[in-house]
Design a binder for this molecule. Structure first.
Ligand SMILES: NC(=O)c1ccc[n+]([C@@H]2O[C@H](COP(=O)([O-])OP(=O)(O)OC[C@H]3O[C@@H](n4cnc5c(N)ncnc54)[C@H](OP(=O)(O)O)[C@@H]3O)[C@@H](O)[C@H]2O)c1
Length: 154
């Protein structure tokens, strides 16, 4: 399969890439490393990326740049970056990437147990994870043949 991994240099993305690269054609991407540079928080950057990879069997997104902080101490910058990167960024991957994934292929976004567990320092990340899960749940019914998945890490 031809698989695009966004966030392939990260802790999770590297493990996913290592597990797949011997049996599949893996294209890696992130802002600073990989086969292709992309900033998923910027729709224009993704619109440049997708024509370069043409048709894909799967997109795996294990990317994000969020801040763990209690809501009382989180700065405006951290708040906005967490939402722009982890929530809107992953939503961008789905809404803009769906057109390059073959029928029957898949798009995988990454959530976290923070959507369910009450951990004070994950205030905004909890909202991000819950938002991703809701977005995937609803979008899978409006994306034709695409199989959408969420992966939650503990
Ligand atoms: N690790 C955990 O225990 C855990 C638990 C729950 C959820 N998660 C979520 O899983 C995802 C990956 O976690 P991780 O621990 O593997 O993170 P990580 O080690 O910090 O790696 C993040 C990856 O995302 C890329 N990235 C960051 N912002 C990006 C952007 N705007 N556009 C494109 N690529 C971007 C980074 O590369 P560049 O800096 O080069 O862009 C890097 O490859 C995150 O969304 C995280 O919140 C992780």
């Amino acid at each position: 399969m031809k698989i695009l991994i966004i966030g392939a240099s990260g802790m999770i993305g590297r493990a996913v890439s290592d597990a797949l690269k011997n049996q599949h054609e893996v294209i890696t991407a992130s802002r600073t490393t990989g086969d292709i540079k992309v900033d998923m928080s910027n729709p224009a950057s993704l619109r440049e990326l997708f024509p370069q990879v043409e048709t894909l069997d799967a997109i795996i997104c294990a990317a994000g740049n969020g801040t763990m902080a209690p809501v009382a101490t989180m700065s405006d910058d951290d708040f906005n970056r967490t939402l722009d990167s982890q929530l809107k960024g992953q939503m961008n991957v789905l809404r803009l990437g769906r057109t390059v994934v073959k029928a029957g292929g898949s798009i995988t976004l990454t959530s976290g147990v923070e959507s369910q567990k009450t951990i004070p320092t994950t205030s905004v990340i909890s909202a991000v994870c819950a938002g991703i899960e809701a977005f995937v749940r609803v979008s899978r019914h409006s994306c034709g043949l695409l199989l959408l998945k969420k992966v939650a890490f503990a």
